[in-house]
Design a protein around this ligand. Sequence first.
Ligand code: B4P
Length: 193
Amino acid sequence: MFNIILFGPPGSGKGTQSELLINNFGLTHISTGDLLRSEIEEGTKLGVEAKKYMDDGQLVPDEVVIGMIETLVRKNKTSKGFIFDGFPRTTTQATALDTFLSANNMPIDVLVSLDVPEAELKSRLIERGKVSGRSDDNEEVILQRIQEYLNKTKAVEEHYAAQGKLEKIDGVGTIESIASSIAKVIERLTPVK
Ligand code: B4P
């Protein structure tokens, strides 16, 4: 089993790169952003609650996302491994994930951090906003999301650096070149093909 966290600020390409990794390595993709958006679409109680935070560019409360992740991992225990995309986003989520995975003897192998300058993040998300229909892809909310990342999420990188599991990747370049850098990290650590 191989477990990877794809990490980075909003718009750094976590979702984009996850799609490529699923195809190349046969890992199970878990995106908390996608999960929350499907809850919103289905109009569930959780979705209605989450939307209030997401539309303001804030993180959804830890207990909500931690519960969602644990349910999904349990359902896919026979998987070759997981790509955690957009999770953990706080050190509380990271500690909960570590505890849960260790109890199931399937620890995180690596956190791959996509490094992208703020100006590039803003322009990517503003561009996506023109076609995505996502209510959080507008300039004011994008700035709030980046601030929330700096205040609450960036520390997750340190959490895994302290465990010797941090790998930084330049997240600027073609989607293919970035995918190739991530693939090299995975192949170096363990051949999962
Ligand atoms: P997410 O859905 O995780 O979204 P994201 O941070 O916007 O995107 P990502 O980095 O995946 O960017 P993408 O590949 O799409 O989160 C949305 C919200 O959900 C959060 O703000 C929060 O409220 C909530 N949430 C989610 N998880 C949570 C958690 N664990 N705890 C609490 N709350 C949580 O790329 C963006 C754009 O860039 C795309 O248009 C793409 O085409 C483009 N792009 C990608 N790579 C590129 C490249 N190399 N060059 C040029 N453009 C590129």
